[in-house]
Design a protein around this ligand. Structure first.
Ligand SMILES: [Fe+2]
Ligand SMILES: [Zn+2]
Ligand SMILES: [Zn+2]
Length: 406
């Protein structure tokens, strides 16, 4: 429990300085406190309701009064020019301490949430495939499901063995986590050799890629369930690369190329005006997005949908040099996880973090048939945190690669 030792208003009345029992100091701005008032009028106790009309309050807000109540467990503040009659802002000490935005606290929060950064530093070591069995999910109910999500969050992927071989099972599994995210390919897609406009539906090699960066928000979690993978098939191994790791390697080895890929955008498109489902999808974005804190928060890579760059003349060569440098890193064998799916295997992975690839294969008279579906990353994160809460497991809300450190 956080406890406030004392409070002090700055001379210009813009800052409320809070001294905590453990001698930490937080400095809260007048507007920050008032606009985020937690009293029952400003913030009723259900989500997504906000009653403060900030323009009703003065342009420059000054703190008139600040004191604690409940033995230092609450901060109470009043403001010059307050519009609500007899209004006093109230903030619980625990909430305030958790929201402290001093440099130290911000840095700690970003570090704690950066599970991707913590878990990718095994470059060059043996790469284990996080694996579990379907019966763990069924027998251990929510703990098994939590374990699967924990692998997804920490490692970026999870291989679930012996999932019942029935059509549509992949959707049932995905719905344990959240809502299905439909795309131009439907709610569920079938991957096998068929007459098609899509390279995935051949037996050709599929290079490292993420699915559908042509969308502003590409699919978050991808699940692929092998409902048929005959023994006679040769080839067809799956490979994964943690793209967050790959771009960190680029940043440390070739920082100028890293910078280029945050500054010069790639154009993705899928244009098929005469296909069975006509498509015109395009999106210009950066291979690497860093946030306000300088952290990598989004990566994307899909050679199959790379369109001819539409960038200024002076950027073309530096873009391609950087692109080639990153591709070389992706191709390093020590960057890759490799395995062959068995019939019944379900591979769940973060499509915004992991690149996936498939070796070419020969059916030799047999068949390989995968079914796939997508989920949003925010729904994975939401289920992960809320399920942990229900199971009394302490977790920090994780960074998931959706362009946000928080
Ligand atoms: Fe794919
Ligand atoms: Zn209020
Ligand atoms: Zn702090």
């Amino acid at each position: 429990m956080a406890e406030i030792k004392s409070v002090q208003i700055s001379l210009d009345k813009n800052i409320c300085e809070v001294l905590w029992k453990d001698d930490h100091v937080s400095r809260f701005h007048a507007r920050w406190l008032r606009y985020n008032c937690k009293c029952t009028i400003c913030k009723p106790p259900f989500p997504n309701v906000y009653t403060v009309d900030v323009l009703q309050l003065p342009d420059t807000l000054k703190i008139d009064e600040a004191h604690t109540s409940n033995n230092g467990n609450k901060l109470c503040t009043k403001y010059d020019g307050e519009v609500l009659p007899d209004h006093e802002s109230r903030h619980e000490a625990d909430w305030l301490r958790a929201k402290c935005y001093c440099d130290g606290c911000l840095e700690t929060k970003i570090e704690q949430r950066d599970v991707i950064g913590r878990n990718m530093k095994n470059n060059g070591k043996r790469r284990d495939i996080p694996t579990m069995e379907y019966k763990e999910i069924v027998d251990d109910h929510d703990r098994g499901l939590f374990k699967m999500m924990n692998n997804l969050v920490e490692n970026g992927f999870c291989l679930v063995k012996k999932v019942p071989i029935e059509k549509g099972m992949v959707v049932k599994m995905a719905k344990k986590i959240g809502f299905i995210e439909p795309s131009a390919y439907g709610e569920m897609f079938d991957v096998f050799v068929k007459d098609s406009e899509n390279e995935a539906y051949t037996n050709h090699l599929l290079p490292f890629h993420q699915d559908q960066p042509t969308y502003e928000s590409a699919p978050g979690v991808q699940m692929l369930h092998a409902i048929r993978f005959d023994d006679c098939i040769t080839g067809g191994e799956s490979k994964l690369v943690d793209m967050f790791e790959a771009v960190e390697v680029l940043r440390s080895e070739l920082p100028h190329h890293f910078k280029t890929l945050t500054e010069v955008p790639v154009l993705y498109d899928t244009i098929d005006l005469n296909g069975s489902v006509p498509k015109f999808l395009e999106n210009q974005k950066y291979h690497i997005n860093i946030d306000y804190f300088g952290k990598i928060v989004e990566v994307n890579w899909q050679p199959g949908t790379n369109a001819a760059p539409q960038v200024r003349e002076g950027d073309v060569d530096r873009y391609y040099e950087a692109y080639r440098a990153l591709l070389r890193i992706i191709r390093r064998p020590e960057m890759q996880f490799r395995f062959k799916m068995d019939c019944g295997d379900l591979l769940a992975f973060n499509n915004r973090r992991m690149l996936h690839a498939r070796e070419s294969y020969n059916e030799n008279g047999g068949k390989r048939h995968l079914q796939g579906t997508y989920l949003k990353l925010e729904d994975l994160k939401s289920k992960y945190v809320t399920l942990a809460h229900q199971l009394n497991i302490l977790v920090v809300p994780p960074k998931v690669g959706n362009r946000s450190s928080f």
